[in-house]
Design a protein. Sequence first.
Lengths: 115, 111
Amino acid sequence: DVKVTQSSRYLVKRTGEKVFLECVQDMDHENMFWYRQDPGLGLRLIYFSYDVKMKEKGDIPEGYSVSREKKERFSLILESASTNQTSMYLCASSPGTSLGNTEAFFGQGTRLTVV
Amino acid sequence: GEDVEQSLFLSVREGDSSVINCTYTDSSSTYLYWYKQEPGAGLQLLTYIFSNMDMKQDQRLTVLLNKKDKHLSLRIADTQTGDSAIYFCAERGGGYNKLIFGAGTRLAVHP
């Protein structure tokens, strides 16, 4: 059974704190993604990674950074958390094939509240 | 740029058919997807369609693709209360197999 696991379901952090959201996949996928989900806005891509140590900015990278030191793990970092980063964060992974279906598998989400 | 649009809400009576619509902009999209998100959960792939197909049927689900109009729809026959969820349309666009999602349609099923 394929699995994408996010380290926390719920997090409450204070403004200005450095926050780490961790994601691990066990499918040997090349691609990993971080999205945030807000009502009425759907899923917006923050960052993605197509290989170890490789990363690309998504649509809303400001205020975030990422780390991919190992293939199975993709971390999202909020350098200095702010209240407008209160959101649901979803991690996903997909195989790196350029042909064929590229289904993305999602973690259960981390609901982050910044107070 | 790439964009995917869908209406935000749909309300149907139990037993009726639901039709969720989506438009996309990237004509080079090879695959289009429908994901389902139940309350408090991540997204699960419901079905997908390859761009050279017009229709795909999978039990109660029917996907229609109009490539000329860049319009995708998901029909759920005999809608049940367990179908209440948010449904996301997504296209595979850009490089590195990036998925572009719509805002999601919240389907409410009432007796």
